[in-house]
Design a protein around this ligand. Structure first.
Ligand SMILES: [Fe+2]
Ligand SMILES: [Fe+2]
Length: 350
């Protein structure tokens, strides 16, 4: 009988103290990245884990000291760890071979240094395919896409004999996780060729993708292919979630845990929620103004203070009975639709 237990922790954004970027615009609580990750590891040490998945943004911003700290810490763990790079980890292609070397013990030994993607049979029943979604534009910016060579490799890999269940891990979101994700600021969080990837995966019976990047705890299902994109929130953002997963050969059951306090911040949950309230309102207003250009949203700023924090936590249930109907309908459309985000069970057989 299959019994496979694993955890997902995403967007660790590890920053050793001397590297913490002190700037008023900083959105993430990287100063707590190490104690929060240590709290996760302490919790995981009480479980019998088969592996830990980390779908990218391992470091604050690709600093060598932070990569080295994390690789050293992962080396001490008693279970296998599999990582892929996020947009904050490899800022240009010249850094790819260093990333492959540093994280060779954590899946990258199965990749060529110039690829940063791999497939590995983690047990006789489970294959993990880890994709590299980092692409670079002409201005040095990073965007999310799976390039043609990687897609061709993926199809060849999917055609080979493999364990019965394949799980996919990638940094960028493959499916939309909130209304209007495709436009405005949300666009840079989405894989540019997500529908092509979903179609290819579905053709070979792959049903589940694990992503990160958006710092939002959200599960989405593609209407056309039935493929799930299970996004895990960030350990440096409210509400500091991570997932525990168990596969019994037919069902994948996922639960969510949170780090609510660390010695450096005993009221972490409240502190992080207020921090997100302080820092998210400008982009929330920008996002809402795009859809409601003629509406003065200022009377509802207090209600919108925790709008993004509520989305980030997953399973949002928005009620805005006091606002005009046009605005209310739009705001409430950000409430969650099935599948559930934090506690969910997927039936994985064809
Ligand atoms: Fe991130
Ligand atoms: Fe990211």
């Amino acid at each position: 009988m299959v019994s496979f237990t694993f955890a997902i922790a995403s967007d660790l954004h590890i920053a050793v103290p001397e590297t913490v970027w002190e700037h008023p615009q900083r959105f993430h609580l990287v100063e707590f990245s190490i104690p929060v990750f240590e709290a996760v590891l302490a919790d995981l040490s009480t479980l019998s884990l088969d592996c830990l998945l980390i779908p990218g943004d391992l470091t604050q911003h690709g600093e060598l000291a932070n990569h080295q700290w994390l690789a050293h810490r992962l080396q001490q763990l008693p279970y296998p760890v599999y990582v892929i790079p996020g947009n904050h980890d490899v800022l240009n292609p010249a850094q790819w071979s260093d990333f492959a070397t540093i994280y060779a013990p954590f899946g990258l030994q199965h990749s060529r240094p110039e690829w940063l993607y791999y497939a590995v049979d983690v047990t006789p029943e489970i294959r993990l395919i880890a994709l590299n979604s980092n692409q670079y534009d002409d201005h040095g910016g990073v965007y999310g896409a799976v390039d043609d060579n990687q897609l061709a490799w993926l199809e060849r890999t999917l055609q080979q004999p493999a364990p019965p269940l394949t799980l996919v891990m990638i940094h960028h979101c493959v499916l939309e996780h909130f209304p209007g994700h495709q436009v405005g600021f949300g666009h840079r969080y989405l894989l540019h060729n997500g529908s092509r990837l979903c179609k290819l995966l579905r053709n070979y019976g792959v049903q589940v993708i694990f992503s990160g990047h958006l710092h939002v705890q959200d599960a989405a299902r593609c209407d056309r292919t039935g493929v799930y994109d299970i996004g895990t929130g960030s350990l440096v953002s409210y509400p500091h979630p991570y997932r525990l997963c168990h596969y019994d050969g037919r069902h994948l059951e996922m639960t969510t845990r949170h780090i609510t306090a660390v010695p450096e911040c005993p009221n972490l949950t409240e502190y992080a929620k207020e921090w997100m309230g302080d820092h998210s309102l400008p982009f929330v207003l920008k996002m809402l103004s795009r859809a409601l250009p003629d509406v003065d949203l200022s009377p509802w700023y207090p209600q919108l203070r925790y709008f993004w924090a509520t989305i980030a936590a997953g399973d949002a249930d928005f009620q805005f009975p006091e606002v005009p109907e046009q605005v209310r309908i739009y705001l409430e459309s950000f409430g969650d639709r099935p599948p559930a985000d934090n506690q969910l069970t997927l039936s994985l057989w064809n």
